[in-house]
Design a protein around this ligand. Structure first.
Ligand SMILES: Cc1ncc(COP(=O)(O)O)c(C=O)c1O
Length: 318
């Protein structure tokens, strides 16, 4: 689906028109992939009888990860978590689009042409736009184990949400789609389960919820951490441990989590049906709790939503 544009993009402290947010072809990032980014969703909440309001999901945690990604790459963003969070609120309110997806991105811009990024300026942008469901498959996603592995430890740092990491994700996603699957799951360099091309992975077996640890070359997903909190709230036992590939084939339930994927259940893996292919009870409990909170039908007991005043209930692209 083509990107729907909005009016404004935040750039280094100012709102500029969408079409002016361009960069030079000789910018460092174009040649060497020196970018870091975030993906955040703002949801509309149905109030009790009143006008709908909007809330940004776990804004500060995303901005902290944004700064952490910059820190790992020695790319100082020049803004505090509070300033970046305010910038997100400003751009969302200025554009008046909710629900929406928010994309902060920082990169090394136009400077020297060599590999060392330190002499190229850091540019920070924040865009937002309407965006719906990410992982296809309304009745659950049909996924495969990719022939591509995730980054080996001490190669590309997976705790940094860096643009360059997504070359690996692109290979995984393209291979999956070309072979008729909705998404691919990568193994790590040891042949153990890592994650999807843009999602963390959870499995359920015998009522226990399993997910891979940060040492399995995964991104420290904010939806993942939310699901771990919800599982604790719901009294679901959780094991965070390395998992062999075949756990995918004997799982009772499986689901992806991510800002884009939200909570998406897996129907099949490598054509093995997961359970009976429908959303299982543990996944459903977590799914309903997650969507209840973000859509305002359940209390936001962990204060995950930052309110923004956006009048539109439906996406309105400009
Ligand atoms: C590789 C990868 N893993 C996991 C996730 C899920 O992270 P989050 O829940 O913070 O969006 C994402 C999406 O950002 C991702 O790109």
């Amino acid at each position: 689906m083509p990107l729907q544009t909005t009016k404004n993009i935040w750039h280094n402290g100012e709102l500029i028109p969408w079409e002016k947010a361009t960069i030079h072809i000789m910018s460092h990032v174009v040649h060497y992939g020196s970018s870091i980014f975030e993906g955040i969703r703002a949801y509309t909440q149905s109030g009790s009888g009143s006008a709908p309001s909007a809330g940004i999901f776990r804004l500060e945690e995303h901005m902290q990860r944004f700064r952490d990604s910059g820190h790992i790459y020695r790319m100082p963003l020049g803004y505090t978590v509070a300033e970046l969070s305010q910038a997100v609120i400003d751009v969302v309110e200025a554009n008046g689009v909710a629900p929406c997806y928010i994309r902060p991105v920082a990169f090394r811009g136009y400077g020297e042409a060599g590999i060392n990024p330190l002499t190229s300026p850091v540019e920070v942008y924040i865009a937002n736009y309407p965006w719906g469901k990410y992982v296809p498959g309304n009745d659950g996603a049909n996924v495969c184990v990719s022939s591509w592995n995730r980054h080996a430890p001490n190669t590309m740092p997976t705790l940094a949400k860096a643009g360059g990491n997504y070359l690996n994700s692109q290979l995984i996603r393209m291979e999956a789609e070309i072979n008729g699957y909705d998404e691919g799951i990568a193994l790590d360099v040891h042949g153990l389960i890592s994650e999807g091309s843009g999602e963390n992975l959870f499995l359920v077996r015998g009522g226990v919820l399993y997910t891979t640890p940060l040492s399995s070359s995964v991104l420290n997903g904010i939806t993942r951490s939310s699901v771990l909190t919800l599982a604790k709230d719901l009294g679901i036992p959780v094991m965070e441990q390395t998992l062999p590939r075949e756990m995918l084939y004997i799982a009772d339930e499986a689901f992806f989590t991510g800002t884009a994927a939200e909570v998406t259940h897996l129907r099949s893996v490598d054509r093995y049906l997961v359970g009976d292919g429908t959303m299982g009870p543990v996944t459903k409990a977590i799914h309903d709790e997650f969507f209840g909170i973000v859509h305002g039908t359940k209390p936001d007991r962990h204060n995950w939503l930052t309110p923004v005043s956006v009048k539109a209930e439906e996406p309105v692209a400009v």
